[in-house]
Design a protein around this ligand. Structure first.
Ligand code: NAD
Length: 457
């Protein structure tokens, strides 16, 4: 049977066709990873690190090329894409530090016998990536698993297949055969990889429905660790004492970075009533700075969304949501002479709590007015997600009190909901993840821990 093939078109310029992609050979990749597992687990950490450093240099040398590839294939503005590749390179240093700490055997004193706690490699790992950070998110898990001694099969988003392939071309040659492999494909290939019993760890970054379906299918496989990094519906709460200008700019940035296609995007703004009108003006002013443009140009802040399906979802939301549109939003089929998937930011003032919201993943913000901070906290928790939340207030006391009520994995004061540096863990609570935070420290979920004690020698 002929392999499945597809071709991506640049979402910022649909006249640009990317190279044809062929779906990968899942069984062959699993055999190669399984064959390499014992050898890679035995390879000393110092050698794994040395290889990783060489791979880092190869990525650093191709930084601009990779950033251009992200901008072209996903529509992410070039400046953001450069930031993503910078994070990819920096992630290696952070993860090496984490590996040296986590993988070191710990002596346990005070027990009945001499004892240590040690970490052992799990075996082949599958890393499934989303389109919106096509390199950075998969890469974080790739690096941690490789340093932990697990061969990795990386299945990127089919929507970012070309730039992902280039990343793997640069990275994989620094490891022995079978240790780091690419499998292109969509849901079928992803699922086949994840369900194979020889695969011992999964890091899935993607949407809640796909993550949940996968978790259900894997529920009986206790040998597998399954890390799920899923979606969000993140609120920025503006308290009456906030710096309204800073809050407005942060809300606009959080809504429009990557055209709203970030798991930590600001999709809800909750404002205390006494400052709602003043905040609204500043927020709309700040959004005016987000004009759709060609993502390949350094000045562009708002690129296209990823696909015609994303434009259709945006239009559906414009048609279905009920409330007062503060910013009407609009599809722009042509920008600067280029046909693409461009849309403008939209803001709707809504009554009620928006409890039925699904993740919107386009630059569209629901604006809620809260009677007081308790009401704000209720609005924040009205969706099932728990990824990030930010409070704008000048009172540390308010931040601590209100913040303690918010069930999110990432909590900020006076920062955009998208402010997620690699120096920290990053993971969702509630429906946003299953408690295996990515980002800093992900290496904890790449190993099996063994308690060892001895006597009678
Ligand atoms: P998606 O769920 O459509 O796809 C994600 C990946 O899963 C793709 O590689 C896809 O091919 C693969 N896949 C699809 N079906 C599968 C299956 N049955 N088994 C295994 N793999 C399968 O998500 P997307 O549209 O690419 O990315 C956007 C989503 O990712 C959003 O929901 C966003 O919030 C989420 N996300 C979360 C984080 C986080 O860290 N929490 C970060 C970025 C993106």
């Amino acid at each position: 049977m002929a392999a499945e093939r597809w071709q991506n078109f640049s979402p910022g310029d649909l006249s640009v066709a990317l190279p044809e992609v062929v779906a990968g050979d899942v069984p062959a990749a699993i055999v190669a990873a399984t064959d390499a597992a014992a050898m890679w687990a035995r390879t000393p950490l110092a050698e794994r690190i040395e290889r990783m450093r060489a791979a880092q240099q190869a990525l650093a040398a191709a930084k601009d090329e990779l950033a251009r590839g992200i901008a072209l294939e996903t529509g992410k503005p070039l400046t953001e894409a450069l930031g993503e590749v910078g994070a990819v390179i920096a992630k290696i240093d952070l993860t090496i530090g984490d590996a040296e700490e986590h993988l070191t055997e710990r002596t346990i004193l005070g027990g009945p016998h001499p004892a240590v706690v040690r970490q052992s490699a799990r075996g082949p790992a599958v890393v499934i990536g989303p389109f919106n950070f096509p390199l950075h998110l998969g890469h974080g898990a790739n690096v941690a698993h490789l340093l932990a001694g697990n061969p990795v099969i990386f299945k990127p988003s089919p929507l970012a297949a070309t730039v992902a392939a280039r990343y793997v071309d640069l990275f994989a040659p620094h490891f022995p055969p079978g240790v780091f492999q690419l499998v292109q494909g969509g849901g079928a290939e992803g699922e086949a990889l994840c369900l194979d019993p020889r695969v011992r760890a999964i890091c899935f970054t993607g949407s809640v429905p796909v993550g949940r379906a996968l978790a259900l299918k894997l529920a009986g496989d206790f040998a597998k660790d399954v890390a799920l990094e899923l979606g969000g519906s993140n609120a920025l709460i503006v308290c009456a004492d906030a710096d309204l200008g800073a809050a407005a700019q942060a809300a606009a940035d959080g809504a429009c970075l990557t055209s709203g296609q970030r798991c930590n995007a600001t999709t809800r703004v909750i404002v205390e009533r006494s400052v709602a009108a003043a905040f609204e003006h500043k927020f709309l002013d700040a959004l005016a700075g987000y004009e759709p443009g060609d993502p390949r140009l350094p000045a562009t802040k708002l690129g296209p969304v990823i696909s015609a399906a994303a434009v259709a979802r945006y239009e559906k939301l414009l048609g279905e949501l009920r409330g007062d549109w503060l910013l009407a939003g609009q599809v722009e089929p042509v920008v600067a002479g280029k046909r693409g998937h461009y849309v403008r930011p939209a803001v709707i003032r809504r009554e009620g709590d928006g409890a039925t919201d699904a993740e919107c993943f386009v630059p569209l913000v629901s604006f809620f007015v809260a009677d007081d901070l308790d009401h704000a906290a209720r609005l924040q928790s009205a969706t099932p997600f728990g990824l990030t939340a930010s409070l704008f207030t000048r009172s540390e006391d308010t931040f601590r009190r209100l913040g303690a009520e918010l069930e999110v994995g990432n909590l900020y004061a006076n920062l955009p909901t998208t402010f997620s540096p690699s120096t920290l863990p990053f993971g969702g609570w509630r429906e946003s993840g299953n408690g295996r935070p990515g980002g800093r420290g992900f290496i904890r979920f790449t190993t099996r821990e063994q308690a060892v004690q001895w006597t009678g020698f």
